[in-house]
Design a protein around this ligand. Structure first.
Ligand code: MTE
Ligand code: MO
Length: 361
């Protein structure tokens, strides 16, 4: 695996290259096969009304602290604001009436599901924060949603993985693939998602179905426009980004971000909020602390905890005095580990470092 400096730069570029062109949909899609633009969008309209309710529903969302703290990320990221990262030059437009999901490979009994089959399974809701491994410290490639879907571990259990299989390898209709250890399905609420924040999964986020695996970065797990799940071995095949130098395993790292004030913002002298989000999906957030001008670390107030794998909003009140100020945030996880100050590049397994901003009052 070559991860020299030029390769690093190239990979960062590749990963982020779609960011400028998000939402662009060309008309050069295949005319036949399961991909057909017009009929898919019609079907999508119809489905807005018929997405079944979860058998197990989560409690209603708590009051969002962002309502009273301008500039703080909302507890749930609205679908229209949710980041988009993928290698698809054209977002696949899939005709659900012809779409299937195959579960096969090193299994006793391969399964093929239609979209209707999927919707008939017991659906549940999951609050989960999805993050991109290429998200820099302070970056925006992270979002929190209430997903609706069926259990992935149940599906795989029904197919019956062979004892020597060690990877869940999923493929999509844009040529993407992702693999994670079978052992990650340890009881956590991994799902084949069909809904997002009370709506049919948006096309840009993977309609008709995608994987959501709590605790893992998207590149190893969160296959959108999914068509195929192969139970296999890491020594036989590996996901799309692995040959580009990214790590085979992708647990999401602890991070924290200042949302408000913004870097280089001019704030009014007097009381204001410093606020943002923090996440440590594999352990949980215990505390967030804020430092101004190298002073003592101040404990932040934490917002609601929706699940073990969602971000937590945090805020402190700050009396801004005249002049220039440096503000830094750090998270502490449930094990008491303090977020590391050392800067680590996103490649190969996620950025590390403390988010620091400069403001003037
Ligand atoms: N089909 C497909 N699924 C994909 C990708 C992709 O390129 N193609 N990118 C993955 C990556 S790297 C991330 S971070 C998440 C992003 O999901 P979002 O676009 O819904 O935010 O999707 C994952 N699923
Ligand atoms: Mo990603």
């Amino acid at each position: 695996m070559n991860s020299g400096q030029s390769n690093r730069k190239k990979n960062r570029r590749d990963f982020l290259k779609i960011l400028g062109g998000g939402g662009v949909v060309a008309s050069s899609l295949l005319a036949s096969g399961p991909i057909a633009r017009a009929s898919a969008s019609t079907a999508f309209q119809k489905l807005q009304n018929v997405l079944p309710k979860a058998k197990k529903r989560l409690p209603a969302l708590p009051v969002d602290p962002a309502k009273s703290i301008p500039g703080l990320s909302s507890l749930i990221t609205p679908n229209t604001d949710f980041y988009r990262i993928d290698i698809a030059s054209d977002i696949p437009a899939i005709d659900v009436s012809r779409w299937t999901l195959k579960i096969h490979g090193m299994v006793k009994k391969p399964i093929t599901l239609t979209y209707a089959d999927l919707l008939k399974r017991p659906l549940f809701e999951l609050d989960d924060t999805m993050s991109c491994v290429s998200n820099p410290v302070g970056g925006i490639y992270i979002g929190n949603a209430r997903w609706l879907g069926c259990r992935l571990d149940d599906l795989i259990k029904e197919a019956g993985p062979l004892a020597n299989a060690d990877q869940v390898f999923s493929t999509s209709q844009d040529g993407f693939s992702a693999g994670f250890p079978l052992s990650v399905l340890d009881g956590r609420d991994a799902m084949v998602a069909v809904g997002m924040n009370g709506q049919v999964l948006p096309v840009k986020n993977g309609y008709p179905a995608r994987l959501v695996v709590p605790g893992l970065y998207g590149y190893v797990s969160a296959t959108k426009w999914i068509s195929d799940i192969e139970i296999t071995r890491f020594d036989i095949k590996q996901g799309y980004w692995i040959s580009n130098g990214w790590s085979r395993l992708g647990p999401i790292k602890m991070e924290s971000r200042i949302d408000t004030p913004r870097h280089l913002q001019e704030v009014k002298i007097g009381p204001t909020h410093i606020a943002g989000v923090a996440w440590a999906p594999n352990v949980g957030i215990k505390a967030v602390q804020v430092q101004v001008d190298g002073g003592a670390w101040m404990p932040a107030t934490l917002g609601p905890q929706l699940s073990g794998t969602t971000w937590r909003q945090w805020w402190v009140k700050w009396n801004a005095t005249s002049g220039r100020h440096k503000i830094t945030v750090r998270a502490i996880n449930a094990k008491g580990e303090v977020q590391s100050a050392g800067i680590v590049d996103p490649l190969p397994n996620g950025a590390e470092g403390l988010h620091t901003i400069d403001v003037t009052a």
